[in-house]
Design a protein around this ligand. Sequence first.
Ligand code: IPM
Ligand code: MG
Length: 396
Amino acid sequence: MPKRTIVSMPGDGIGNAVLPEAIRVLDAAGFEAEYVHADIGWEFWCKEGNPLPQRTIDLLEKHKIGLFGAITSKPKSDADAELAPELRGQGLVYFSPIVGLRQHFDLDKCVRPCRTFKGNPLNFIRRGADGSVEEPEVDVVVFRQNTECLYGGVEWSNPPDLVYEALMSHPKFQQNFGSAPREELAISTRIFTRRATERILRAAFEHAREFGYKSVTVCEKPNVIRETSGMMLALGKQIAKEYPGVALWDTNIDAQMMWLTKNPEDYGVIVAGNMFGDIISDGFAGLVGGLGFACSANIGEEVAIFEPTHGSAPKYAEYEISIVNPIAMILSTCMMLDHIGETETAALIRNAVAEVVAEGKVRTYDMMKMRGRPEVLQQGAASTTQMTDAIIAKLR
Ligand code: IPM
Ligand code: MG
């Protein structure tokens, strides 16, 4: 079989520390592939006025599978100030390249597993009624619609005539916003399509059926956001009929956040629109180790990109020896392996991670609840490389 080619996009900051380490684990696990580097991130915004160069899109178009590290986004004023002088004043606007990739390749399904690793000191614990300590085992997979909703980019400040007139034709707009000066209006739209909503729901139910989850929870807010959330819940009820072994639950995003620590072990698959999926996936990730453990997949019909959900942490990228936890990136590569059918290699690596965490001898600073500073290495925390080495040593 010809070797697979994977597009490697380390991006900014610590993306450059964790992605090469994850590839080292893939190699050690016997996964045969070639990796082509692709440019993405802040550096290319500054130098070229585009954080997502066409050549990177071309590589993904060709090879279909990408690994992504992290990117830095800064507020508008910084983005303008750091742009190369010759590019200024041309009306270039910074946009998040990961959101750009999701839109460009219609990576409409975002999958974010949040699972407890036994022995992780960061696991959420709860006091029992008798004062005992409980450590609920969380096994949640969030299915986040990844392209629509508030991320669709349909926004205006001081909306143009056509938009304003259309909005004024809605009685609620007239009543609630009609007296506001037009130039003081900022409008971001929440748009759902039936197609994309059905696709994320169906993906969630398929996953539940395949992996034996007893429920799919639609986490939206249909009591207030009647059209979009309402459509997702209505379609959820319809699709649920095709999956008799899987119960449909629905919760409101606000209540779900409140219940997060009450009964996280009761949930299985959770499905939500883009913005609420963003929120709820961070919520559950926080119960199982946080950013150092949060992995994700962005999946479209043709292209799929796998990324840890942490940011680029530019400060940490300057340390001489990297201290960041590579596990989120490594678990993201396991999701890639599952996606391309290399499930045994994925299981091998996940088991190695589980063993290292359970043993507790090698822990990065976050797992030791230290503040991230270079000195943590003298205080017993493992470096990025040491954690990777420990995982590699358990591959068998
Ligand atoms: C995520 C992140 C991104 C998002 C940011 C970096 C644009 O929070 O992947 O969850 O909002 O989708
Ligand atoms: Mg997020």
